[in-house]
Design a protein around this ligand. Structure first.
Ligand code: FAS
Ligand code: PHB
Length: 389
């Protein structure tokens, strides 16, 4: 098999890049370890920056999003029983869109199928070859059958646990890692959202987040112990704990119900430098991870895709590799600003096991300053809606 760009990973990064390149007439193949059905069981992000929505439109995969999503113009922050709104459009004209990652991944699969793009599932034993030559290649097994793929470039979109990052020689690779001493226990429930905006709550018992997917599908999270298990949490136990972390106004009105999904996600900040090696280019979680507090994981994968798509189209249109050579530097400049914002939101809103009373007073002062300062709210708004590409 021969393609121009081989894409490892059929999550949002790989699919979005693949669809944009395919529409630009660049021959691609997407190689996914799991099945499409398995990928679509993952419940992850839900808040999309306009840059990602624009690219989904460009990829011809935004019709259902426009029909089913809804706009967000702010968030609510609460600290024990006080709460206030940060209204984004007071400071920046860039709404956020609420639409589940699972749905946009489904839309991207459908768009790729309609366009006739090649996607191979059950890909295993994948190895990358000759990355520092003009003719890199991939060897793998597809449902057990050997396959060799010749290509010009390889996009490593295979997530945090993927293999591509490991092909950057360890002596050339610098990895930055911060593991947080807690996780997020999340549930999905077919209940009406407790509020029309997201609620980020810092309480004495720990962080909580009220989000949603639509008017009849809510997404809630509570901070939990890093070694906790979903088996320790009945639905009732979850709802009672969530209510204890929300202001009374919301605790007394929240609609509870049966969870249709329950999972625990670890929180970490991670960056791999560089994000390219020879003709291998890393995109999304393969290169960086943020704690979900700032809703930036998926959205930062999108900015990587924008930069790599622009670089590859420049290469194939103008035979100019300048953007490709600068891809890692360009992407990392925005990645680190997003890492900072996600770390700041996480540090401000969670209870840390080793926190002193002084540390808690500093958190409360940070939130109080946000409540009183338009400049502080403007800074949060500009980062939350998405920094420019
Ligand atoms: P992904 O991990 O989504 O996709 C990588 C794909 O590569 C997967 O389908 C995998 O099967 C495949 N793959 C791996 N190894 C392979 C190999 N060797 N060969 C072929 N394929 C291979 N972000 C938010 O903004 N908000 C959230 O609330 C949020 N919650 C999250 C919860 C969890 C549990 C996790 C893990 C992440 C969460 N994220 C959240 C971040 C998440 O949304 C990611 O940013 C997003 O999935 C990034 O997409 P990809 O880069 O495509 O990586
Ligand atoms: C979600 O809806 O899953 C969500 C929203 C905002 C976040 C994290 C997760 O910061």
């Amino acid at each position: 098999m021969r393609v121009q760009v081989a894409i490892v990973g059929g999550g949002p990064s790989g699919l979005l890049l693949g669809q944009l390149l395919h529409n630009a007439g660049i021959k691609t193949v997407v190689l996914e370890r799991k099945t499409r059905e398995y990928v679509l069981t993952r419940i992850r992000a839900g808040v999309l920056e306009r840059g990602l929505v624009d690219m989904l439109e460009e990829a011809g995969a935004a019709d259902r999003l426009h029909a089913e999503s809804f706009r967000h113009t702010g968030i609510m922050l609460s600290s024990n029983n006080t709460y206030f709104e940060v209204t984004f459009d007071k400071y920046v004209d860039q709404p956020m869109t609420i639409y589940g990652q699972t749905e946009l991944t489904r839309d991207l699969y459908d768009a790729r199928e309609r366009a006739g793009g090649a996607t191979l599932f059950n890909v295993d034993k994948l190895t990358l070859n000759d990355l520092n030559t003009r003719s890199p290649s991939i060897d793998c097994k597809v449902s057990g059958e050997p396959l060799h793929i010749d290509c010009d470039y390889i996009a490593g979109c295979d997530g945090f646990h993927g293999v591509c990052r490991q092909y950057i020689p360890v002596e050339k690779r610098k990895e930055y890692l911060k593991d947080y001493p807690f996780g997020w226990l999340g549930i999905l429930s077919e209940t009406a959202p407790v509020h029309h905006e997201l609620i980020y709550s810092n309480s004495d018992r720990g962080f909580a987040l009220c989000s949603m997917r639509n008017q009849n599908l809510s997404r809630y999270y509570v901070q939990c112990d890093i070694n906790d298990s979903v088996d320790n949490w009945t639905d009732n136990a979850f709802w009672n704990e969530l209510k204890r972390r929300l202001p009374e106004r919301f605790a007394s009105t929240i609609e509870t119900g049966t969870s249709i999904e329950k999972s625990i996600a670890p929180l970490r900040s991670f960056v791999c430098e560089p994000m390219q090696w020879g003709n291998l280019y890393l995109c999304g979680d393969a290169a960086h991870i943020v704690p979900p507090t700032g809703a930036k994981g998926l959205n930062t994968a999108a900015s990587d895709v924008r930069y790599l798509y622009a670089a590859l189209t420049q290469r194939y249109t103008d035979n100019d590799e300048c953007k490709l050579q600068n891809y890692s530097q360009t992407a990392l400049e925005r990645v680190w600003k997003v890492e900072r914002f996600s770390w700041w939101m996480t540090s401000m809103l969670h209870r840390f096991p080793d926190q002193s009373e002084f540390d808690i007073k500093i958190q409360q002062a940070e939130i109080a300053f946000l409540q009183q300062s338009e400049a502080a709210q403007a800074s949060l708004a500009i980062n939350y809606v998405g920094l420019p590409y």
